[in-house]
Design a protein. Structure first.
Length: 171
């Protein structure tokens, strides 16, 4: 494979990932923070637990001894809406993971099996790998260690099997 084929392959990787990412975002939009929490133009100083809870915040008491002049705690006024946003964001990331893994595998198979040009096949395979990374990367922070291990192990097994199958078929 010459330099021209390598450059074409890299361009195909980048464009494949872009098509997948923007395609998913076009069909399934990501939750926006301000859809859950309103934007405050002025900040009300909240010093009472009842008022804090009334606006959907969470009162946090100080844990150490404080002087009489200091307040007993503070209000996290975005607590409830931020919690709703985080839950929605986690669900979105999980759904993108569920969409991107089979799509990435399909793109890898298409690149390996159907395209005889090395630059196109390798580019699509790289784009498939990038698609899988995009999906797992978005959900990674929400996944526990067991799920991370399972995803990594499944990916490794699939890659080894696929490489063996592809090279065996080529001979």
């Amino acid at each position: 494979m010459g330099i021209r084929d390598i450059i074409i392959g890299i361009a195909i990787i980048i464009l494949t990932i872009s098509v997948v990412v923007y395609g998913i975002n076009t069909i399934y939009s990501e939750p926006e923070y301000f859809d859950f929490c309103e934007e405050f133009k002025t900040q009300e100083i909240i010093e009472i637990q009842e008022r804090c809870e009334e606006i959907g915040g969470k009162w946090n008491s100080y844990e150490e001894q404080i002087s009489v002049l200091e307040k007993e705690g503070y209000c996290d006024r975005d607590y409830k809406c931020r919690e709703d946003y985080d839950n929605s964001s986690e669900k979105y990331s999980r759904n993108v993971l569920v969409i991107s893994i089979p799509l990435g595998i399909l793109i890898i198979v298409l690149g390996a099996y159907f395209f005889r040009l090395d630059s196109v096949g390798a580019g699509l395979m790289g784009g498939g790998v990038g698609t899988i990374i995009y999906g797992t990367g978005g959900y990674w922070r929400y996944a526990g260690d067991l799920l991370r291990f399972a995803i990594s192990l499944a990916g490794l097994i699939a890659l080894i099997w696929f490489a063996y199958w592809f090279n065996k078929k080529k001979k």
